[in-house]
Design a protein around this ligand. Sequence first.
Ligand SMILES: *Cc1c(COP(=O)(O)O)cnc(C)c1O
Length: 242
Amino acid sequence: MGDAPDRHTIAGRLAEVRRRVAAAAVTAGRDPADVRILLATKTQPAELVRAALAADRDARAADPALAPVLVGENRVQELVAKGPELAGLAGLHLIGPLQSNKVNAAVRWASCIESVATRELAERLSARTTDALDVYVQVNVSGEATKHGVAPDDAVALARSVAALPRLRVAGLMTVGARSDDPGAVRAGYALLRSLRDEIVAAGTQTATELSMGMSGDLELAIAEGATLVRVGSAVFGARPT
Ligand SMILES: *Cc1c(COP(=O)(O)O)cnc(C)c1O
């Protein structure tokens, strides 16, 4: 692994991400407060995540209008490992695929599951959670075979059927954008997620307002298309070891 960034470096990078988010929102004619930041912390040790959360606390002390960042883990194993150290410090989301045998562990630590792509998983979550649980329906907007998510054509029906399950609250939609050098293609995928969200809300699932889309490399495109939550990893923590 390369040199781990120190707290000061992380604070500077987080501030830079906040600047990018605010600038993109203003360019899009949106209120920067309507776009939250989720730290994508896969492979990062809890200590570094805590450093980022401390930097976020300092930034919010200086500017109380800022919303706290969220933390997103891809793997239940990491959620369980870091959960005890992070749970009191930030809202934890699961942003990676969830296997049905890990549902109990996931709902123990995550307040939101962003990767619901099947009715079967939603039923399990509904059965295993005792409290109300926020979920996002993950949509594969690019159609890339390697990507998790329901097909866009099936997203509205899935969202409606998930919203009808006890204890689950469909809070919005999530996608991982196309892997493409063509900004137009990436942006078209985000526009598609937004139109699906609008359709789902209009069809009666009024809680489904959030759009979790955009990462370190393309958050401006996502914010231009209405992202309410951007998921940022490498822009704060540096490149992940490969
Ligand atoms: C890793 C990851 C991110 C963040 O990606 P970066 O390019 O490092 O910002 C966002 N969403 C998901 C689902 C991820 O796995």
